[in-house]
Design a binder for this molecule. Sequence first.
Ligand SMILES: [Zn+2]
Length: 478
Amino acid sequence: MSEYWKEQALLQKAAFVEDVKAFLSINSIEDMTTATAGKPFGEGVAAALESLLARGAQDGFWTKNLDGYAGTIELGDGEEEVGVLVHIDVVTVGEGWTTPPFEPTIRDGRLYARGALDDKGPALAAYYALRLVRDSGLALTKRVRLIIGTDEESGWLCMKHFMEHDRVPPIGFSPDSSFPMTHAEKGQINPTLTIAPTQGSADGEGRLRLLSFVSGDQGNSVPDKAEAVVCLGAAAGEQLALAQLASQWEQFLQEKATSGRMEQLAPDRLKFTVAGKPAHGMAPEEGVNAGTLLACFLRERSFEGSASSFLSLLSDIIHEDYYGQRLQLACEDDVSGKLTVNAGILRYSETDGGSVRLNIRYPATISCEEYVEKLKKRVAELGWTIDSLRTSKSHYVPKDHPVIQTLSKVYEEHTGQPATLLSSGGATYAKIMPYGVAFGPLFPGKESTAHLIDEYVEIDDLLRAMAIYAHAIYELAR
Ligand SMILES: [Zn+2]
């Protein structure tokens, strides 16, 4: 049956290209300065939502606008429901586009525009798929709902509102990731560890003071810069000590193959700055954490009290502990891999003490509660306190679930490729539905330009995705 859907999708090409260009020319970056009642994320987001809903209504579908937070376009009237979850908000554009991000342009079969791939292009393809199913005249036993979110790139408030005011379909897919499909997503534990300020016992010679330490500003990113101000205390003024420190610093930078600076701010005051390598917090091993790296250097000098505890936690426990071995949290499962740990925000001051914000991503099939308990125990053992702790659930659809079986069959029929199941360290929109999977639109081997300058999607790929979505909607709802 895949041939039928492919043909039908291809017949839409000319109309779809016109439609998608118009849709992508709406700047739907969240803009709170233009937010009003009914337009909670601003004018642009509201315009994009209304445009898609208007297209649905014009084509004769039952549509609904949930106070500007979300919208639905429905097909069929069965009791049971299938969801197709998309979003029409886009991220900011940045500079350096070849053609303006909201003037969609086709070059070499690629459609360039912000949102072409994430997620307005696929959203419209999914709508066309829904319409193809209706126009096929094939009978459905379930109701299909295209659910349109408006705040996926920020706080998911759209889905919070949707869940409070509407029904969430138990099964479905979200065209907001990659083919074949993502069926498992790690959960998150985000604790802030703190230690109160204390002075050391002795004020003996050579003791240094850590006046401040600053690294990172987002829990889910690997810090690419760190800065510490150190007071030399009794060692100040000793040219020898200073020269020694400077040469040890140079040697350290060389060994770690990174760049940094040591500046003398005052006779007894030095500032150290070091560069790391940024990476997403879900893959900390791909980056170099500038904060824990700087702590490794300072740790070898003589600090006392809370400064010493702070530096030793960072250097002895957290530095390069990507999989939580030293935190005694290491674990993994077959579907989503290893637990990962990122230290994203690191702060110390003599008046406030130290704080470390961790972003821990745990495998989809393990118990969050169990690992929170392990973490609490270990943190207490290390002499630290957990000041705040946020968790988010993992998501997992077993591979023998009918949704996976159906989507796999459709995907294989259309592509001739095996529907290998994927997992993700981050959260995809599909997790809103109890048995939701992220399904396309990016085909294996294709470059993902989501959130990048010159974001694009291949038009033929969107049409292939449209055919797959139509076929999938029919199979899930028939
Ligand atoms: Zn997206």
